[in-house]
Design a binder for this molecule. Structure first.
Ligand code: ZN
Ligand code: ZN
Length: 297
């Protein structure tokens, strides 16, 4: 994490003043970060050993180091966090208030096998089937599962990214897990572009021009949208795959952005891109939160 939790919470308060329709959801987001940070010291995970041989056998061939399934998860911590976040979530929005009790009841009855869902957290087919079988909301279940394993993912990502040559990877997918980017940021004097993984949160440098989702580099099918009032933000659009990617120009902010938070507070840009017929090619962990903000904005 680039900033301390206190600094992010201060920023959340500022966003809440500017965007009253996001107030509830940002309160919830702050509580999630607090609980994830509180449980982190209890984590017991063995970080996968990365030998030089493994590094060169994968990264040099353009393959991600671990894949999504390669992260170790502390299931006891994840399970504990799942119930804590469920408790907080069900007080946060009416939709979560209706859905979460049904999810936790199914987990307590055993019709939803929580430990299996947590250990196969990357397997969306498995999660969707479990949600369908129990008649619970897939987006909210997926969000709770992901938020519960996030401290395990973060701990490994932080440790493993030091083994990667993040400046040299230069691919549209995450060097650790192979997922597509959630958001991009421009930083450093030259405005280098960095992508943040939609799954593990790793950031890596990528080319300035081009769509990371389909590798299209043709100028005439790449555009962007921005609002003059917000010069630090833009949405990159690709006509080849109809994907969009939100970008924060960190050089135009007087703080170091946390891209998860910037993602939530730029939902008006998602709405703009969606209205123009573009879509986000990756699932974002925050969609149940941002959906609720979108309805109110
Ligand atoms: Zn990743
Ligand atoms: Zn594309």
């Amino acid at each position: 994490m680039v900033e301390s939790l206190d600094m992010i919470k201060e920023r959340i308060t500022q966003f809440q003043q500017a965007m009253p329709y996001c107030r509830e959801i940002l309160d919830f987001y702050a509580l999630i970060l607090e609980e994830q940070a509180r449980i982190r010291p209890q984590l017991k995970i063995t970080v996968p050993v990365v030998s030089k041989k493994l590094l060169s056998s994968r990264l040099d061939k353009g393959l991600s180091l671990l894949g999504k399934e390669g992260f170790a998860i502390d299931l006891d911590v994840a399970q504990k966090l799942f119930y804590i976040l469920s408790e907080i979530g069900q007080r946060s929005t009416p939709k979560m208030g209706a859905e979460i009790p049904r999810i936790t009841e199914a987990a307590e009855r055993g019709t939803l096998v929580l430990r299996e869902l947590l250990s196969r957290h990357y397997d969306m087919d498995h999660l969707n089937q479990a949600a369908e079988r129990c008649g619970v909301d897939k987006g909210i279940l997926s969000f709770l599962i992901h938020a519960s394993v996030k401290p395990s993912l973060d701990a490994q990502m932080e440790q493993l990214k030091g083994d990667l040559k993040l400046e040299e990877w230069l691919q549209g997918q995450c060097p650790l897990c192979g997922s597509g980017p959630q958001m991009a940021q421009l930083r450093d004097e030259g405005g280098e572009r960095y992508l943040q993984c939609s799954f593990c949160g790793c950031q890596w440098r990528w080319e300035r021009i081009g769509c990371p989702y389909c590798n299209n580099k043709s100028f005439d099918s790449l555009h962007y949208l921005y609002s003059e009032a917000e010069e630090a933000y833009r949405v990159d659009l690709c006509d080849a795959c109809k994907g969009y990617l939100k970008t924060v120009d960190a050089r135009k902010l007087d703080y170091e952005p946390s891209l998860d938070l910037e993602d939530i507070v730029t939902i008006h840009l998602d709405i703009l891109a969606l209205e123009k017929g573009y879509r986000r090619p990756v699932a974002t962990p925050w969609s149940p939160l941002t959906d609720s903000c979108q309805e109110k904005s």
